[in-house]
Design a binder for this molecule. Structure first.
Ligand code: UTP
Length: 307
């Protein structure tokens, strides 16, 4: 924390989780079920994200939801019927699992109405957040709990002010799938100054291979910019476009720094990444891992023999 942190540099306490997207990459599973509720081993993806916010010290969580997203609210609420049935059976272990998600954080919800893009989803948080810096965690982006990213981003925000985004180096042919940052080095090896941003560029136009991933610590000036941001790529109001303004005009709430993340991250809205997340996390679980790894090894050996 910076020396003499005062009212002008308040502690970050609020997390915003946009989860109102349509999840079209995962149809038909997401026709009536939010993609954030798909299980990663035995927990819905969204629970990992809320747990991450809480372990970074943010226990005021606002989720941006929409139509078909009711199960998200139910998951973080009490389920008296289930609790009473498990209580009567004396099944303390399962009862604890049911209660874990409802005891996790103070949850708030706001509906986006029309999914007009990530920038628009973040703007829906303005009345709840007020004029404090806040964190944004995308509900379908899973950061491995052993690679704490958000804590580092909060530290960097406390040091430099402004906003901080998470960046990951990707292969040049992958950059068109992400927002991409133009950067300058700083004194810290894992921190860069962001000088420009572009959403899903063609590889030939990409200023770097630094991809923006789903964690942000944002200065509240972002709301003023988002109110004026026109729809951009894909006809959506893009958070990247608003961040581009913060990065290039420091007078309106900049600077923007990037933390370069080298840990494990899964986009659970992408089918391949979703499967990788399940296999990896299942292998590492104390209860399921030993049996699952044994099966996986023999499965891979069989596959190799056949190919
Ligand atoms: P995605 O780009 O993954 O879009 O959104 P999507 O609609 O959820 O999924 P696909 O591409 O159709 O499969 C990135 C994040 O922004 C949220 C999503 O819920 C996800 O966490 N989002 C996106 C919103 O909350 N509202 C929107 O209007 C758009």
């Amino acid at each position: 924390m910076v020396a003499g942190m005062t009212q002008s540099h308040p502690r970050i306490s609020k997390a915003v989780i946009p989860a109102a997207g349509l999840g079209t990459r995962f149809l038909p599973a997401t026709k009536a079920t939010p993609k954030e509720m798909l299980p990663v081993v035995d927990k819905p993806a969204i629970q990992y994200v809320v747990e991450e916010a809480v372990s970074a010290g943010l226990d005021d969580v606002l989720m941006i939801t929409g139509r078909n997203k009711r199960p998200l609210e139910d998951h973080f609420d009490r389920n008296y019927e289930l609790e009473s049935a498990l209580g009567k059976k004396g099944d303390a272990e399962r009862l604890a699992k049911v209660q874990e998600s409802s005891d996790l954080a103070t949850m708030h919800y706001v509906r986006q109405g029309d999914p007009k893009g990530l920038g628009h989803a973040v703007l829906c948080a303005a009345p709840h957040v007020g004029r404090e810096p806040f964190a944004v965690l995308l509900g379908d982006d899973l950061i491995d709990p052993r690679d704490p990213l958000l804590q580092r981003m909060i530290k960097v925000q406390e040091q430099h002010g402004g906003s901080v985004i998470a960046l990951m180096e990707v292969a040049p042919e992958q950059i068109h799938l992400y927002g991409c940052a133009a950067v300058e080095a700083t004194g810290d090896t894992d921190v860069v100054k962001v000088t420009g941003l572009v959403e899903k560029p063609d590889p030939a136009d990409a200023p770097s291979n630094y991809a923006v991933i789903g964690r942000y610590v944002l200065d509240p000036h972002i709301f003023d910019i988002l109110r004026k941001t026109e729809p951009g790529r894909g006809g959506e109001i893009q958070l990247t476009d608003a961040l581009q303004q913060l990065a290039t005009d420091e007078k309106v709430g900049g600077p923007v720094h990037g933390v370069v993340f080298k840990g494990r991250r899964y986009d659970t809205g992408d089918r391949g990444d979703y499967l990788r997340a399940i296999v990896r996390l299942a292998c590492e679980r104390e209860d399921l891992g030993p049996d699952f790894r044994t099966w996986l090894r023999s499965y891979v050996a069989e596959e190799m023999q056949q190919s």
